[in-house]
Design a protein around this ligand. Sequence first.
Ligand code: NAD
Length: 258
Amino acid sequence: MASAGRLGGAVALVTGGASGIGRAVCARLAREGARVAVADRDEAGAGDTVGGLHAGGGTPHAKMGSPPHRPHAAFGVDVASAPSVTQLLARVQEHFGAPPSVCVGCAGVTRDEFLLRLGEGDFQEVLGVNLTAVARALVAAGAPGGSIIHVGSIVGKVGNLGQANYAASKAGVEGLTRTCAKELAKFGIRCNAVLPGFIVTPMTDKVPPKVLEKFAGMVPMGRLGDPEDVADVCAFLASEESSYITGASVEVTGGLFM
Ligand code: NAD
């Protein structure tokens, strides 16, 4: 259990916040005192996430006489679209009265197919959502003293059958993170990646139960991960407790593929 308030007053932008790991990250950052901008192409799902968040983020930007702001807010966005991301950042700034100082990129998709059958569209879409777009969000969201966290995957390191596009995008996340770390350090912005192993979310619902069982059997810790396992590490990387960590990739795999 973490101490409360490590992110008191911070504005945290979480993409992919309507589901799975992103939703757990929103919940964790809100419990740490952040005001959370929950962004997703599934705007209704983002609203559901907001509805479940701890309300302790405060309302420092409510104007005199105006109705109190809710500390958290939901935003629709397509992270694969530069104009959509630009618009998101403007809306977040307007709502919270400040740019985000924590940005966690959790939006991601899979379009699994064996390499020899993989269509160009499915290759580009996965790169567009998982990699290119998040880069735009990261650079645009960079605020002094900020922390940028990119959710990659252990699959980017070890590869996986039927996931050439996904593995390429997630390997790219690590290169991007290290480059951002080098370029943005002088602005006081840290950039790190979190590499989950197999985490039980709607994304893994698509994986046949037999395959999941096989992976669970390979995990030294003997279980698949929970979204909260990843969210805990994101909260640490977002906080000052990791103030001398940048360019790192933290594996959250229960020891799988170490
Ligand atoms: P999920 O499907 O539950 O959540 C992904 C979210 O991203 C959804 O809410 C979806 O609407 C949103 N999204 C997709 N495309 C988007 C777009 N273009 N714009 C805005 N939002 C978009 O999946 P998850 O398992 O929670 O995955 C979260 C992240 O973690 C992804 O980047 C995924 O690749 C990564 N990851 C997951 C696992 C796992 O085992 N679940 C393992 C390693 C890495």
